[in-house]
Write a new protein. Structure first.
Length: 76
């Protein structure tokens, strides 16, 4: 869902939360503006913050795949 706040496009997001690795707030800095985003709750953030988080998740996934591939090659 998108909304506008001070002429900025805002996007509703919810970051995954568990009781182990993914329990702390997430810090994001975009164009010199800092954001601390609470996990496990729906929050409105500027669209560019949501985009940064999406890119980060994509890179984490690609890194995990590369690690798995390297581990598989090492076992051959």
């Amino acid at each position: 869902m998108a909304a506008k706040k001070n002429d900025k496009q805002m996007v509703k997001i919810r970051l995954f939360k568990d009781n182990e690795r993914y329990k702390g707030d997430v810090f994001v800095s975009v164009n010199g503006r800092n954001y601390q985003i609470k996990r496990g709750e729906e929050v409105l953030v500027p669209a560019e913050v949501a985009e940064v988080l999406e890119h980060s998740a994509t890179q984490d996934e690609l890194t995990a795949r590369r690690i798995e591939a390297a581990a598989a090659r090492a076992l051959q």
